[in-house]
Design a protein around this ligand. Sequence first.
Ligand code: PLP
Length: 446
Amino acid sequence: HLDNPVSSDTGSKNKQDGVKLAKEMIGAALQKHVQAVDTDDCEPGDEDAFFVADLGDVYRQHLRWKKHLNRVIPHFAVKCNPDPMVIRLLAALGTGFDCASKSEIEQVLNAGVDPSRIIYAQPCKTKSYLRYTAKERVKQMTFDNSDELYKIKELFPDAELYLRIFTDDSQSLCRLSQKFGAHMDTAPELLVLAKKLDLNIAGVAFHVGSGASDPSAFLKAVTDARSIFDQAIALGFNPHTLDVGGGFVSETFDDMAGVLSAALDEHFPPSVRIIAEPGRYYTSSAFTIACNVIARRTVEDAALATKSYMLYLNDGVYGNFSSIMFDHQHPVPQILSTRRRPDGFNYSTDSLADSGYASAEESDGGSGPAKTVEYSIWGPTCDGIDCIAEKWLARETVDVGDWLYFEDMGAYTKCSATRFNGFTDRHETKYVCSEPGASALLGFAA
Ligand code: PLP
């Protein structure tokens, strides 16, 4: 099921080379697709938004993980992006998987992953899913309340249980602790109940919030986890694993990893196995989306003598830009191709260097024509909330039929897309691979 695989036969000597090659490959895949679509003549849906995913980027993130957090075994949070090729690559790289539902578990098992590499990291589980995990022998799971313990006693008494504790996630992008996590004063009672029910406490879990930015949240969580470990040992359990959850962000990863590693080494001897549930860290930067401009409205203000445009794209907040609503993201538009110019393909191989993008406040200090054309960018549905960017300044005029692209669209995007207004929630993904190591694992031809 490879979609147009492109692979590198030149290889990348270091990260810079890999990123440069990735840009070239992504650009080539975008160009090939948009130039094959004639919006004046195509079939309905041929001009749909599409992704280009660089699996080499996922691979590089994995190598970086191993370099900075070698002690911690990543269990990719499937919810973040259940892309089949990402799962396949990570399975080949030997990671584990964090699953939240029966269908995620099924997807990972169907990719050939052993049940022992899966953690059902949902503290409040559906009973029928619990029966399913018992049947499939997916033994590792989290819990954070007494009702769940009774449920597990009834349906899967030999499960390996991780007590998920509360964290201070106030500095994170998406908070989770208002919904999950046993407080430090109730956790001991849960351990006592687990003992009474003759259940198996295998460890402790926490999550400092998705998109975490405060290293001290990790520090506090690690010391709290140590305290629960000690209480479990005192009750006669043999906890062997600490699950440090997700929350890792690529931009701050190296620093966070340093703080976390030091805390782990201080509080947990090497005999304790450490796992994590990273999601966005692995996939965010690997996915780029291209969207077609399906309509444009001119907004003239006679009093101010200004003219701006509203651009309507064929994807929006009810689709892959669901990350705006659910994940507090601000995707950055860039011009991909304009039909007005014969050399209209515009993909920039330097991140934002010469794109049309400027923030609302930015004055134009860079080279090239000034960013004087003002736009707002909207999705295709009939809902006014469906706005991708309220203000975007570009260097040139964007017209109906042109394409825009957005980078860093690989986390919490397509997984929460809907079919609202009848638009598709299944956008094509074209895969490229900028790392020969990943190509080899996936069987991509050089
Ligand atoms: N684990 C659990 C239990 C989660 O709820 C989430 C995200 O909501 C994750 C892992 C992944 O978090 P992130 O993408 O921030 O790494």
